[in-house]
Design a binder for this molecule. Structure first.
Ligand code: AMP
Length: 297
């Protein structure tokens, strides 16, 4: 079932809530791939009545970004959503979501000013604003976001805490192509040559992860390992490679808490992001240290 107006989806959700259904929201910009479908499946598995929103949100695109050419195919999305078990789709027009120029925005400070926020000013304000609108329209019990956009998830989690949304945010793992490239609607922009080079991102992250698991916890060294590998690719232009604290997104010099190694790289006009989680509990030296502690206790 597809709804395009706020009035109709609200009415429909109210009816489902009266039946005692728990509502799970999966916000997307459409052009669905396995990454989106994994969020839908997760929402389903947790027993939700699953609402998929499809909205290419102009507010989160900068003036020189790809809003106009962002891939859209609602018919195909409807079919895939249906097969994955989505219960209702909310696909509003821009006029429905923004009938007049908004004067109210949601800004999650600090977390929005780092990583992708540095080259995409206003992007996370657009994301937080549209997600809070969707939260008010759908009033879900749970909302599902991919770790692919780790900064986005952190920002939404912070917004939910700070503004007391009664919603559980569920983080879902990154789904990848067979060669390791993180799935993204934007991968269709890549030329065949760029597509062949793009898996270098994950390869580079894995290289650093391997070093980390073997005991390397120095931030500069881990970042260097990633950069050095990506620089092997002739068409890759690095925007950033950074190691940040999983919660605060502050730069870390030694991995003593869970950290994210995050990259943004351009291939021609296509900007790709990827990241990997580094957990100190999986690091060899940390494990030895704690084994020792156990032994002595
Ligand atoms: P988008 O349509 O790109 O805005 O993405 C909608 C949701 O799907 C976001 O929560 C993304 O983090 C998530 N997502 C996108 N790509 C992937 C992926 N490869 N694996 C897991 N989740 C993803």
């Amino acid at each position: 079932m597809i709804f395009t107006t706020i009035r109709e989806i609200r009415h429909h959700i109210n009816e489902e809530k009266k039946k005692g259904r728990q509502i799970g929201l999966v916000p997307t910009m459409g052009y669905l791939h396995e990454g989106h479908l994994s969020l839908i499946r997760q929402a389903k598995e947790r027993g939700n009545y699953v609402v998929l929103s499809i909205f290419v949100n102009p507010l989160q695109f900068g003036p020189n970004e790809d809003y106009a050419r962002y891939p859209r195919d609602l018919k195909r999305d409807e079919k895939l959503a249906d097969e994955a078990g989505v219960d209702a789709i909310f696909a509003p027009s821009v006029e429905e979501m923004y009938p007049e120029k908004s004067l109210t925005y949601v800004t999650v400070e600090k977390l929005s000013d780092t990583l992708c926020g540095l080259t995409r000013p206003g992007h996370f304000r657009g994301v937080a604003t549209v997600v809070s609108k969707l939260f008010h329209i759908i009033e879900p019990d749970e909302a599902f976001f991919g770790q692919k956009d780790i900064q986005q998830v952190r920002i939404i989690e912070q917004m939910v805490t700070d503004l007391n949304f009664p919603i559980k945010v569920v983080r879902c793992p990154i789904i990848r192509e067979e060669d390791g490239l993180a799935m993204s609607s934007r991968n269709v922009y890549l030329s065949p040559a760029e597509r062949r080079e793009a898996p270098i991102l994950y390869k580079a992250l894995r290289r650093a992860e391997k070093a980390f698991l073997n005991g390397e916890i120095d931030g500069n060294t881990l970042v260097h390992l990633v950069k050095e590998q990506i620089e092997q690719s002739p068409s890759a232009k690095i925007e950033y490679v950074r190691l940040v604290h999983l919660k605060t997104l502050d730069e870390v010099t030694k991995v003593t808490d869970p950290a994210i190694l995050a990259v943004a790289v351009r291939f021609g006009t296509t900007r790709l992001i990827d990241n990997i989680l580094l957990e100190p509990s999986q690091n060899l030296h940390y494990m030895h240290k704690h084994e020792g502690e156990h032994g002595g206790a």
